[in-house]
Design a protein around this ligand. Structure first.
Ligand SMILES: Cc1ncc(COP(=O)(O)O)c(C=O)c1O
Length: 410
């Protein structure tokens, strides 16, 4: 067996929540895109922080020094996950949405009349709302069109980016449909006009090896609770860029990166969990350094989840009246997140019935409300979304498929 096969075999025991039962059946968690389950090393790291003595930063005593060291070590671990050149490129916040609003407030202070912002119809509202708010500053907010196959229209992308564009905000992967966007195209187009590129990698970070340098992103956002950690938002900023922005900040805050955009006291215990989550991800790969181990691990996770998601999409597509939305598994690079609709039953009703069988799937638009509207899904209550995580098994998928087939036969 390979290192990765052993790790995937073992991992079911790492998550206490996977042992939870309902009416004698183990719960099958398919809502990873809404937040994954948490492995024991992460839970223990959080408990350890509190047990050893909590403290605020910059004090001349042991627990405070430990807190400072922990925060820095967590920035280093996240930098390794994202391929950032240094720990000080990584800032933390309550969640991705708060960090996006913090950036939006900062950008608002430097906008000129006639400036334009480009967002997409596919993105989660967290990567649309903060930029749509810039219209209040007089910015023109343009939207890249979503095609019926669940991909962004590249020609429309080229049309929307103009000489007036200041920022292009695009998702790495869609939390609704699993589409992986052409970030390289977004970079080429934004660079050609001197615009900033912001990537929402909340749905990318759990499933793919990421490299902010190769992506050439100016900003990248993600959220640790989507990759087996606690609720902490993460912002990567290109070296030198944060110091040029004017975020909301107290005069007492260090004006340098990474602190410049951070407000108040961070959640130190949760940061201990973020570091443990990155190390946990790394355990699925091999390598001489944390960065190489993480790259290998995420490639293994991508391959494994893709196989399980494909198994689901193929089985589900056989169910009469069921439609799979989003890009095909055969042709495209794609996240293991599968949206379906079933004729004659609303996504909410289907999710409720599956939930009664211990199969936990979500329903609705999952905050990708514009995409749901454009695809004509909004009126029917959106989609039923099943997300594969590194702990998802084909046996769990078979339970989901069996449940769906039962609903289709009603
Ligand atoms: C693609 C995507 N972007 C942004 C967010 C918002 O993240 P947060 O909850 O950390 O604000 C989510 C959350 O579901 C998401 O899936």
């Amino acid at each position: 067996m390979t290192h990765a096969e052993i790790a995937f075999d073992r991992c079911r025991d790492d998550f206490p929540a996977l042992a939870r039962q309902q009416d004698g059946q183990p719960l099958a968690y398919f809502d990873g895109p809404g937040g994954t389950q948490v492995p024991r090393p992460v839970i223990e790291a959080i408990t350890r922080y509190y047990s050893r003595g909590t403290a605020n930063t910059h004090g001349p005593f042991a627990t405070s020094k430990e807190t400072d060291q922990l925060i820095q070590a967590t920035r280093e671990a996240v930098a390794a996950l994202l391929g950032a050149p240094a720990w000080w490129c990584i800032s933390f916040g309550a969640n991705m949405t708060s960090l996006a609003f913090a950036l939006s407030h900062a950008l608002a202070r430097s906008l000129q009349p006639g400036d334009e912002i480009v967002i997409t119809q596919l993105d989660h509202e967290a990567n649309r709302g903060p930029w749509k708010a810039l219209a209040e500053q007089g910015a023109l907010v343009r939207e890249v069109a979503l095609r019926p196959d669940g991909t962004l229209d590249p020609e429309d992308f080229a049309r929307q980016v103009t000489a007036r564009t200041r920022l292009v905000a695009v998702g790495y992967a869609s939390n609704l449909l699993g589409t992986v966007n052409d970030v390289a195209l977004a970079r080429r187009l934004s660079k050609a006009v001197g615009a900033l590129l912001l990537v929402d990698a909340v749905h990318g970070a759990p499933h793919f090896p990421l490299d902010v340098v190769a992506m050439d992103a100016d900003f990248l956002l993600c959220s640790a609770y989507k990759f087996y950690g606690p609720h902490v938002g993460i912002l990567y900023t290109r070296p030198g860029l944060l110091e040029t922005l004017e975020p909301d900040r107290l005069c007492t805050v260090d004006p340098e990166a990474p602190w410049r955009i951070e407000t108040g006291t961070l959640n130190h215990a949760a940061l201990a969990g973020v570091k443990a989550a990155v190390e946990y991800l790394a355990s699925f790969g091999e390598g001489s350094e944390l960065r190489t181990q993480l790259q290998d691990a995420l490639a293994n996770i991508e391959a494994r989840e893709r196989q399980v998601a494909r198994h689901y999409a193929e089985q589900a597509a056989r169910i009469p009246g069921l439609r799979v939305w989003g890009p095909s598994f055969l042709a495209l690079h794609r996240a293991p997140t599968v949206a379906v609709t079933l004729e004659g039953i609303s996504p909410l009703e289907a999710a409720k019935r599956l939930g009664k069988r211990g199969v936990l799937v979500g329903d609705g638009h999952f905050y990708a409300a514009r995409a749901s509207e454009v695809l004509g899904l909004a009126e029917g209550g959106g989609v039923l979304r099943a997300g594969m995580s590194l702990y998802t098994t084909e046996a769990e998928v078979d339970r989901l498929v069996e449940g769906l087939a039962g609903l289709a036969r009603r």
